[in-house]
Design a binder for this molecule. Structure first.
Ligand code: SF4
Ligand code: SF4
Length: 209
């Protein structure tokens, strides 16, 4: 597996203003296996199945890839927003958004935004792209230059685990699984043991090392 950073470049302009736009409305927050593990532990649940049973997450069909992915269920009333978002009025009468899961249980997709990652399975390559979190994200206009290497460094291990997750999903594509199959076979596991052990077991189940 190789990494392709060319679509982002070594530097990019970004500084999140915590406007919370990307945590509300019709945003999609897809989770990987380690996100499920972190979230269940953060909520003091013994296993990931309860995240679905308690309707915190649901499975969304990724039609392009024919796989189901876990997604955070946003609240819908009175507005659509992530259940982990805390809004606060500032002294300047502006709304600021805080993530309750920040930093240790935050989903990787939120933590890396606006950098996105995609698997190019034909080239066995992980591609990094700049994906504006919203069409008008003010953070992308902030005069702060980020170095891609430094930006990704704290998430090195999670990115490796994301690669494993993408590889498992590639194997799942051929199985014609229903949402329930995905939930039982892939997304349900206890979270009391270290994540590496769970991932090693999944690697064995899916027959790749
Ligand atoms: S839309 Fe942009 S600036 Fe606003 S919270 Fe999301 S990343 Fe930050
Ligand atoms: S998990 Fe946190 S960062 Fe991600 S959408 Fe929810 S509140 Fe926003």
């Amino acid at each position: 597996m190789t990494f392709d950073f060319s679509k982002v470049g070594e530097q990019f302009q970004f500084n999140c203003t915590q406007c919370a736009d990307c945590c509300s409305g019709d945003q999609t927050v897809l989770l990987n296996l380690y996100d499920l593990y972190k979230l269940a532990r953060h909520l003091k649940l013994p296993n990931t199945q309860l995240l679905f049973e308690q309707k915190i997450l649901f499975l969304k069909l990724d039609e392009e890839n024919a796989v189901f992915r876990p997604q955070i269920r946003f609240k819908t009333k009175p507005l659509k927003f992530c259940p982990f978002l805390i809004n606060e009025w500032t002294e300047n009468n502006q709304i600021k958004g805080w993530c309750q899961l920040h930093p240790h249980a935050k989903p990787l997709v939120c933590a890396l935004s606006p950098v996105g990652i995609r698997l190019d399975s034909r080239q066995d390559q992980l591609e990094f792209l700049l994906v504006p979190p919203t069409s008008n994200c003010p953070g992308l206009k902030e005069p702060v230059i980020q170095s891609l290497g430094k930006y990704l460094q704290p998430y090195k291990r999670e990115i490796e685990w994301q690669t494993d997750f993408f590889n498992i999903l590639e194997i799942c594509k051929s199985k014609n699984w229903t949402a329930e199959d995905f939930k039982q076979e892939l997304y349900t596991f206890p979270v009391l043991e270290p994540f590496e052990q769970i991932l090693n077991q999944l690697r064995k189940n899916f027959e790749f090392a």
